[in-house]
Design a protein around this ligand. Structure first.
Ligand code: BTN
Length: 331
């Protein structure tokens, strides 16, 4: 733990003031070092009061992103040492793919306050304004072939539902395959990418990227998505503590990673439970082909099992665009 993190922990564990002298003695540092660390925490948005002869007191931890606060909320966790928080990046997924190719270990997490080139599925952009969202990617290194990881995105979706529920008290639903929705509007986008080892064909690494609309007002979304998008603030009326949410997301992703292969069935059962698409009529667009179907369930790899309305035949959909009636402007 850095000095800043140790001081934050002491302040969080105390209701009133902690004296500067006490901090110096317990942490074995000078008064100047304590003051510098307190200033750095203030710079991250924490409101720390200081009073002569009394010391320091945490007034408000704020709701912004701060590495110290994420780590304090995370506690002892195997992924804490490699956590990175940066003010700005093109895309957290792109940056982590570079780091993973250079050897970054599983569990390396990158969070950006702002993305200038946030990427979505099918080459789309993912708007990532500063101060209101959570844009987080993680490196995973499962020992598996790509065909054994078809369910990865689905499990990331369930882990993200778990994190939002733990931090914000509301559980989103999943629109197959990888959008989380609240009130039929998009709340979270997920982009998972795999890199293969040329010789063996096995997975070298995966990067899972999650973008959560936390404290957005309707005017914060680009005009073309404003009608279809929502935020946790809009749905609950409460400002999201993004550091707490980040910590819950890291925890949930680590649990998912540990059970990615061994716990697949149980996680997919949870996905099926949260999935709003199942039981609905859907429109499936693949290239120029459009077909209408009824979504009847999931197969063992998280493919969507459907019954086509035109001829009653059944099939499994793995890719393409699946629109659910009544959502995202599809009526
Ligand atoms: C989608 O909705 O199509 C997926 C959006 C995924 C956005 C996240 S934000 C963090 C990570 N970095 C990116 O560039 N994309 C993902």
């Amino acid at each position: 733990m850095t000095l800043k993190e140790q001081i934050l922990t002491m302040l969080q564990q105390t209701d009133g003031y902690v004296s500067g002298q006490q901090m110096c003695e317990l942490l074995g540092v000078s008064r100047a070092a304590v003051w510098k660390a307190v200033q750095a925490l203030r710079g991250e948005g924490l409101e720390i009061d200081s009073a002569t002869n009394r010391g320091y007191r945490l007034q408000s931890a704020g709701t912004g992103l701060s590495r110290a606060r994420i780590l304090a909320a995370l506690g002892q966790h195997p992924w804490r040492e490699t956590l990175q928080l940066v003010p700005e990046v093109g895309s957290t997924n792109t940056e982590l793919k570079t780091q993973a190719a250079a050897g970054a270990p599983a569990g390396t997490v990158l969070i950006a306050e702002k993305q200038t080139g946030g990427r979505g599925r099918l080459g789309r952009q993912f708007a990532s304004p500063p101060g209101i969202g959570l844009y987080l990617s993680v490196v995973l290194r499962p020992t598996a072939r790509p065909t054994e990881l078809s369910h990865l995105t689905a499990l990331v979706a369930v882990a993200t539902c778990d994190a939002i529920e733990a931090a914000c008290g509301i559980r989103p639903q999943i629109k197959w395959t990888n959008d989380l929705v609240l009130g039929k509007k998009k709340l979270v986008g997920i982009l998972t990418e795999l890199a293969l080892e040329a010789e063996s064909g096995s997975v070298q690494y995966a990067v899972a990227g999650i973008g959560i609309n936390c404290n957005h007002q309707p005017s914060d979304f680009p005009p073309d998505v404003a009608q279809m998008a929502t935020s946790i603030l809009q749905e609950t009326g409460r400002t999201v503590d993004r550091s707490r949410l980040a910590a819950e997301l890291i925890r949930a992703l680590a649990r998912m990673d540990a059970e990615l292969l061994s716990g697949k069935q149980a996680w997919l059962a949870r996905y099926e439970h949260d999935c709003i698409t199942i039981g609905q009529d859907v429109k499936i667009v693949r290239g120029d082909e459009i077909r209408f179907a009824h979504a009847i369930g999931l197969d063992e790899d998280a493919g969507l099992r459907v019954r086509y309305l035109d001829d009653g035949s059944e099939g499994v959909v793995f890719s393409g665009e699946v629109s659910v009636r009544g959502m995202y402007g599809y009526v």
